[in-house]
Ligand binder design. Sequence first.
Ligand SMILES: Cc1ncc(COP(=O)(O)O)c(C=O)c1O
Length: 423
Amino acid sequence: MAPISQYLLSDNAVVQNDQLVVGGISVSDLVAEYGSPLFIYDEDHVRARCEEAVSVFGSHATYASKAFSCRYMAKLVTDCGMGIDVATGGELEIALAAGVDPATITFHGNNKSLQELERSVNVGVGKIVIDSFDELERLEYLHSQNLSTVPNVLIRVTPGIKAETHDYVATGQDDSKFGLTVSTGDAKVCIDKADASPAVNLLGIHAHIGSQVFVVESFVKALRVLAEIAEPYDFDEIIIGGGIGVPYIDGERAPSITEWATTVRDEAKKLGIKAAIGIEPGRSIVAAAGITAYTVGTIKKVPGVRNFVAVDGGMSDNPRPIMYDSGYEAFCPNSMSDPRELTANVVGKHCESGDIIVVDAQLPKSISVGDLLVTPVTGAYGYGMASNYNGVPRPAVVFVSKGEAKLVRRRETIEDLLATDIF
Ligand SMILES: Cc1ncc(COP(=O)(O)O)c(C=O)c1O
């Protein structure tokens, strides 16, 4: 197998002296400084994707911070002109702690508590996306308690579009926990209630059909449903969600943010939609910006059965393979030109046979204990979904740009693990 394809690497990843260099610093130098495993982000790649989204939608382009969130990231994306979407009170506090203007924040989630809603109204978040009748009632209750600010809201509707993606990240079909269903009439009832309610200022509607979607036509279909619902109203904004996919493995291709965004924008024009169209990409902004560097700890060969290369992380820093059967590639960043002729499962250090990071990875035959191993395209839903399973501290996260590295999340320690453990 040939060396790793350049298109699976970030914009500023190059090979120098057979080593992978990201943002001007080699992976091995970064690991020497910050330890292993390590999440490495190409900062200028993130910036370029944000600018791409903003170039089509301006401030109606919002970064879905669930993909990867920390204060540095929140500041970076909002400095690029994007808004920021948060799905819980915790993500809200990260954005606020980064100094993000609350007016640029959109508050999402399918079960916002009274406390989360109260906090978001009090700090003046720009938009709350109402996901259920219950949430509208909670906002009305808060209003009745003399909460003087009337928040801007959108109603999240479920358009009945099944995106072609893993079932766990498909959200636009009727059989979904998210949003108000269009086909049952609930969406219209909730829109009318919100429209008539003095407790909220209804800006428009929202839909998110799923994540890791490759087919742009699915968004077009969703937009047509939204246009129909919106027709009798004079909405300011219609948000089509996030969800455009990214390639994770060799041979996979996905539309660019520009292709996706311009198709959506052009369809909106054709449909005569007057409201501003908003998008909320997460994965497409940050996935390919990130790689994870691990160190090989053990190698097990079972002739005629399988080879296993075990690294010092696993499902605790990347649960996507075990959750969604997601595919990844792997390579050795210190021998980039070596043919990848060994087939092996890259596995983690957790007590699960399903703790597999890459099934049938292609690696150099010379791979040995102590070598670095990289999985590319781990910038989205990796660190964000990380856990402490088996008492494994989360890795550090470093952003790199033009030869400068910035530690944005320090490695967790055993003290961190014990901090909430009362004994
Ligand atoms: C409401 C909403 N918006 C945006 C996103 C971001 O999706 P993606 O990371 O696939 O672009 C999600 C992801 O689940 C979401 O639920």
